[in-house]
Design a protein around this ligand. Structure first.
Ligand SMILES: Nc1ncnc2c1ncn2[C@@H]1O[C@H](COP(=O)(O)OP(=O)(O)OP(=O)(O)O)[C@@H](O)[C@H]1O
Length: 482
């Protein structure tokens, strides 16, 4: 059992995180601020410290250097990513961008606990951690003319090993995924811009992280920007930074996320959501390797590898005029297409089993799938892809209560939840058992929506209003009628 100090001022979120970490066998000590934590505890007496960046009093980034050998993991919203990245450069172990999910948080915590244990000389329990010392930054390739679009060359020159059914957290033994793995290995060492395309939940972000981890930039920051979650009016400043006075409210100059990713990799998720004006600025950045803050005439060199991801058909968007063709061609210098889960025979069961094995590695009692459950997983269409499968397995683990997972636990016969495009359900849904951070999102919104404005709820959750709206749609949580 590890001792974890959790510093989060939002009580609902803190309680949910405490439950989550306790369920995974950790002893959790809570505080609402650094001052409160320091008043009651010796900060260096913990095995890991998990803290929000935005806290009353001092920000979570100030924990760096004050927690002895305990890794400090920061939780950040898009507005504070830069501060978190800076903190990682100064010695924080890692940061997690909100919204994150259950698995991501637990995996990250276990990873850093294991690293700290092995650094102290104990036997590591999971794969060793990549050390965080700085590698020399890669140089920016000189500006070039637009290269012709090319998809990743066929993988013959880097054949996957015959038993290679996992790569950097991505599980897949189907021919389609083995080809994707070979492509990932091939593109990772390159400096070229990469476009990752696939339906929602197919693993675009996971693949992008794998590319970063396998690249020479692995010890530099990986910065994820959810383009859909940032209001149009702010995205230009968030990405490229701004000078003081460049816009209403811009009282001081601020670096953008492109600069925060210096030396590392910048993932622009849902690139199809970028407004035209920002597309133009991004194109200039790709052409010149330079960033110009909004309101500034000075360009700064930026050594950043760009990965763009989307579930949309950018080619069709180009044809209908909502996406710039020159940017499209520049983005897809290299392109990897992730197939939907239904086109990866055998992988749904492999992924489900790997999730169960991961629990066991983390000290939970072993759980197996019954023959019917396996058959049902193999036969299901999984329109929400790996994310939907993960949710089904997490829910099944809770419902199975320690026995084998049966078909009924998977909830495959439940009525489908509203799709993102469907109108909101007229009634509030009953709150399902929470086995994921989506659970706390749902409860938080339902508990607070009568007394808080949408802006306030979004702020407290660390997401944009737009992201709040989208999640309400996705999870079927309609706004109350006023
Ligand atoms: N091949 C895989 N093996 C195991 N887990 C996977 C795999 N691909 C994705 N996942 C898991 O599925 C979840 C969704 O993956 P991810 O967020 O990368 O998908 P995405 O395509 O970026 O989703 P979205 O389109 O909604 O942004 C994550 O928890 C991730 O860890």
């Amino acid at each position: 059992m590890s001792r974890i100090l959790l510093i989060e001022d939002e009580i609902v979120i803190r309680a949910e995180l405490r439950r989550l970490l306790s369920r995974h066998g950790h002893a959790v000590v809570e505080a609402g601020s650094i001052a409160e934590a320091e008043a009651g505890h010796d900060l260096s007496a913990f095995d890991l410290v998990l803290a929000d960046v935005r806290l009353p009093g001092a920000p979570g980034t100030e924990l760096v250097g004050r927690c002895g050998s305990a890794p400090v993991v920061l939780m950040t919203s898009y507005a504070t990513v830069k501060a978190a990245v800076e903190a990682v450069k100064r010695g924080a172990a890692d940061y997690l961008s909100k919204p994150f999910d259950h698995d991501e948080l637990v995996a990250l915590v276990e990873h850093h606990l294991a690293s700290a244990r092995s650094a102290r000389g104990a036997l590591p329990e999971v794969a060793p951690h990549v050390p965080s010392s700085a590698a020399p930054p890669q140089s920016v390739p000189p500006p070039q003319s637009v290269p012709p679009p090319q998809s990743v060359p066929p993988p013959q020159s880097v054949p996957p090993a015959p038993d290679d059914d996992e790569l950097e957290g991505m599980v897949g033994g189907s021919a389609a995924m083995r080809e994707v793995f070979a492509q990932v290995r091939k593109v990772a060492p390159s400096e070229a811009t990469l476009l990752v395309v696939g339906e929602g939940g197919t693993g675009k972000e996971t693949l992008s992280r794998a590319v970063h981890r396998l690249s020479p930039r692995r010890q530099q920051p990986f910065v994820l920007v959810q383009c859909a979650a940032i209001p149009d009016a702010q995205i230009e400043g968030e990405l490229f930074g701004y000078e003081a006075g460049a816009a209403a409210g811009a009282l001081t100059a601020r670096a953008g996320l492109c600069e925060a990713a210096e030396g590392g990799t910048l993932l622009l998720d849902e690139i199809g959501e970028l407004p035209m004006k920002v597309q133009a600025r991004l194109l200039r950045f790709l052409q010149t390797g330079e960033v110009r803050r909004v309101g500034s005439t000075r360009a700064r060199r930026a050594d950043v590898r760009l990965i763009a991801a989307t579930h949309r058909d950018l080619g069709a968007m180009v044809r209908e005029g909502s996406f710039r063709s020159d940017l499209y061609f520049r983005l897809r210098v290299l392109e990897i297409r992730l197939p939907p889960l239904r086109e990866r025979p055998g992988d749904a069961v492999r992924i489900a089993e790997s999730l169960l094995k991961r629990r066991t590695r983390m000290g939970q009692a072993p759980l197996a799938l019954s023959a019917e459950a396996r058959a049902a997983i193999a036969a299901a269409a999984w329109p929400g892809n790996v994310r939907e499968l993960e949710n089904a397995v997490h829910r099944a683990v809770v419902l199975a209560g320690g026995s084998a997972i049966e078909r009924a636990h998977l909830g495959l016969d439940d009525p489908p939840r509203p799709s993102p495009s469907a109108p909101p359900a007229p009634q509030r849904e009953a709150t399902p058992p929470s086995d994921s951070l989506e659970g706390y999102f749902r409860r938080f919104v339902l508990e607070h929506q009568d007394e808080l404005t949408e802006t306030e709820i979004a702020r407290r959750l660390g997401i944009s209003r737009k992201a709040l709206w989208e999640r309400r749609q996705r999870l079927g949580i309609p706004r109350p009628r006023s």
